[in-house]
Design a protein around this ligand. Structure first.
Ligand SMILES: Nc1ncnc2c1ncn2[C@@H]1O[C@H](COP(=O)(O)OP(=O)(O)OP(=O)(O)O)[C@@H](O)[C@H]1O
Ligand SMILES: [Mg+2]
Length: 481
């Protein structure tokens, strides 16, 4: 990249030397010989990098650094959808021999690195290149962050089953009725929940999501309803809950099937009366919120088991939208695949990439237990791995329908419920990886491409012992402590 680099020093010779060097490196140098000009230029210009002398007339290098960083910080918080240009450049401090302590202070204030005068040309080049790599990385992170924010904005596909369900969702969006979204994991429930909000008259008001499976009961209660000051130790002020945050807009109750029963009762009251009490509160709070809920659980079964309130179900499911699994909308696979590949190109993992006909066929023959999310991940991985512009099936790394046979072999011949099958299969993968690696969790995690801490969490979740069983004869190198 050709970078725009500001050089600030009151020594003319140094300015000239650095200017020449930077131009020679193929970048665009701009110079300033005092602090005031430097700050003005930083505020105006879009510099990628600034080389900043500490000893300057009028305004010291440290002061410039503090002001520039302060401005950048507040900007970050206010300009949410800023483009990828960087508000403040990365700063490299130029310091004379004997002022290292000040340079360290500058680093603590957020400078990227420092260079000691007189400069060694090679060292200078290395430091500048390192800083520019960091700039490029920051930009990529910004692009990715925006991509994540926008990932739920697209509803790709024209499949008839899906379109029929979306028509229902669109009609429901015009009203305030509660919508229940059903569908396997990764079928796009959150995407549709957000679309309902965008299609609704509430679109200019907040869309707030809460995951009912992610928190223990009392925390979830607090998260939903908020609390009054002094309602529990640590409640130093009144905090609004998500219901209040969504005022006028939409509250998305994700994984509603996992909501603890006592909270189901409280939620039912909010939906019926449009009023609620904050935790520790005695005054009812009125609210104007539209509820959209989603689950991949079999709610009827949950009702039957007594873990989901039937009356809440009927309140939530005024309109039900059922998202088909990807295997039932295979005609959308090519368009979705192209959409995800284009995204991979946009975020810079590949310059340009097209699926070969064989690759499309392979995608359409796969069963997609993880649905659209799995398709998205497969294509991102393929785009990263594929060195050419044409993506062949090899890079998709699809395994032929592994679920039924593998899960079934350990669990008898009875057909299993979807989630049970997934659970049985992942247990098997984890246990086999542990066994192969002599119960060394670090090695097993590496083999599975998981973080070690994540593997430990999975083992705990699935109640799998990470230790070698007593009767096992393979060698053990237990590192689970
Ligand atoms: N129609 C679609 N067009 C484009 N992308 C989609 C579509 N549906 C889903 N996706 C993408 O697939 C991924 C999974 O979607 P989403 O998170 O909405 O699924 P979900 O049903 O909520 O899954 P889970 O039950 O696991 O929470 C997301 O990254 C989303 O952007
Ligand atoms: Mg979801």
């Amino acid at each position: 990249m050709r970078a725009k680099i500001l050089i600030v020093d009151d020594d003319r010779d140094i300015l000239l030397g650095l200017e020449n060097r930077i131009a020679w490196m193929g970048h665009e140098p701009v110079t300033a010989d005092n602090g005031k000009d430097a700050l003005r230029l930083i505020e105006q210009g879009e510099f990628d990098l600034a080389l900043l002398d500490l000893e300057l007339p009028a305004l010291s290098g440290l002061e410039i650094l503090e002001r520039a960083r302060g401005a950048a910080h507040s900007e970050r918080h206010t300009v949410k959808d800023a483009d990828t240009s960087y508000a403040t450049p990365l700063i490299i401090i130029l310091t004379a021999f004997g002022t290292i302590e000040r340079a360290v202070q500058a680093m603590q204030l957020g400078a990227f690195d420092f260079l000691t005068k007189p400069f060694n040309a090679d060292h200078l080049t290395v430091v500048i290149n390192k800083a520019l790599r960091a700039v490029a990385l920051h930009r990529q992170v910004d692009v990715l962050r925006q991509e994540i924010d926008h990932r739920y904005d697209h509803l790709v596909g024209t499949n008839a089953k899906m379109t029929a369900q979306l028509t229902i969702a669109k009609q429901a969006a015009q009203t305030d009725v509660t919508v229940l979204l059903l569908g396997e994991t990764g079928t796009g429930k959150e995407v549709v929940a957000r679309a309902i909000h965008r299609w609704s008259p509430r679109r200019s008001k907040p869309f707030v999501a809460i995951n009912c499976a992610s928190l223990p009961e009392h925390l979830l209660e607090n998260e939903l309803f908020g609390h009054e000051k002094g309602s529990f130790t640590g409640a130093v002020k009144r905090e609004p809950g998500k219901i209040e945050m969504a005022e006028g807009g939409t509250l998305f109750l994700d994984e509603i099937g996992d909501m603890p029963l006592p909270l189901q009762t409280r939620l039912l009251r909010v939906i019926q009366d449009q009023t609620f009490y904050r935790v520790g509160g005695t005054q009812p709070v009125h609210t104007d919120v539209r509820f959209v809920a989603a689950t991949n659980k079999d709610i009827r079964r949950a009702i039957h088991q007594g873990i989901f309130r039937e009356d809440l179900y009927y309140r939530l499911a005024v309109i039900t939208v059922t998202l088909p699994p990807l295997r039932d909308r295979m005609d959308d696979v090519p368009t979705l695949a192209k959409h995800f590949l284009d995204r991979a190109v946009r975020v810079g993992v590949h310059r340009s990439c097209t699926l070969s006909e064989n690759a499309i066929r392979a995608l359409q023959q796969y069963q997609w237990p993880g649905n659209i999310r799995e398709l998205e991940n497969v294509l991102m991985r393929a785009a990263i791995l594929c060195p050419d512009d044409i993506l062949e099936p090899l890079y998709l790394q699809l395994v032929d329908s592994p679920l039924p046979s593998t899960a079934g072999s350990d669990t008898g011949s009875l057909p299993l419920h979807y989630h049970e099958s997934m659970d049985a299969y992942s247990r098997k993968i984890l246990e086999e990886a542990l066994r192969r690696n002599g119960w060394n969790q670090t090695r097993a995690a590496e083999e599975l491409g998981l973080q070690r801490t994540y593997l430990t969490k999975l083992l705990r979740q699935k109640e799998i012992s990470g230790r070698q069983p007593k009767d096992s004869s393979s060698s053990s190198e237990d590192d689970s402590h």
